[in-house]
Design a protein around this ligand. Sequence first.
Ligand SMILES: N[C@@H](CCC(=O)N[C@@H](CS)C(=O)NCC(=O)O)C(=O)O
Length: 356
Amino acid sequence: MLAVHGLDISYFTGKLEGYLRAKGLTYRLEEMDSGAFHRLARFTGVRQMPQLEMPDGRWMTDTVRIIDALEVEYPAPTLTPGDPACAFIARLIEAFGDEHLWRPALYYRWAFTDDARLLSGRLASGMLRDVAGPTALKRQFILTRQRMRYLHGEGVNRGNRLEIEADYLRLLDALEPVLRRRDWVLGAAPTRADIGLFGPLFRHFHCDPTPGRIMRARAPAVAAWVTRLWALRGADGVDARMLKTIPEDLAPLFDLIRTRFLPEMAANAAAVAARAGTVIHSIGPSTTIRYRPNPYRAERLSRLQREHASLAAPAAARVATAFGADLLLPSFSPIAETRPDGPAGGLRDRWGRPTR
Ligand SMILES: N[C@@H](CCC(=O)N[C@@H](CS)C(=O)NCC(=O)O)C(=O)O
């Protein structure tokens, strides 16, 4: 049986669980403690969760690479649309879910008292169960670490927090009418677009107290979609291969991707390429965000660019029409993949930075 090593409050563990449920693949969740977090990284070269243990003893990490591999190893039901334009859009929405929604998801978890108290308690008794010491101290350690890394470290401050909240509220407003009309983001079958959005929308926005309250009041159809995806045991006879058209009602979501996500990905990639110390990016009228460049994200944009470049002209034209722009991806020199597939290239962290 597949074993997912992670936590039941983790964004990317939730994304992988959603994917396995949509595929109808049986798995068990092994709750990581801090020792396992360090130990298991030796199998894959990346210190992060989830780490996936395959029945034949192989280890994999990075949900994008895992899903790429499992889509080949377990082809049915597929979550990859047969139509190349739809397949590209699904991957783009997945990347938006993975990378752009990370900041608002972490912000809602660690900036609000109720959420931070609940989740620091969960991490103290779960992830840090193998560390000796009083729970109150462990909780304080977690609170300080997470706020440093995921508020300060992701560039959140009092001046830009409303823009970060807007990312969540606009997402709900973009998805609510779509999910009132149909079950899945791209049509009658779940795809990687649903899976990518599921990480933040399930584990953070749906389950954490503050964004959960907002979701229930503002976007009940999104809340229903979260539980619909969680309840899947295989795609129930529907298959993404049937999806052939890019739905027009996704325009508000594409707008967020075009105006909020891709420009920031490009600014980050330019900073990585220039070996700059800081990304400085404008995210609203007189609102900027500053943070340390993220090499993993730069690679992710390169990957999207390569996939976009490999589309045949008619598919690329349909993608351009859907996005209302000729140029989907900002142009800059693609960054070569530097992340190792295994531990041979040394240990890295979730940002793609070398670590020990
Ligand atoms: N790109 C990775 C991201 C995985 C990731 O960021 N996982 C988070 C938990 S949801 C993590 O391991 N954080 C480690 C830390 O906080 O140091 C994927 O797709 O799996």
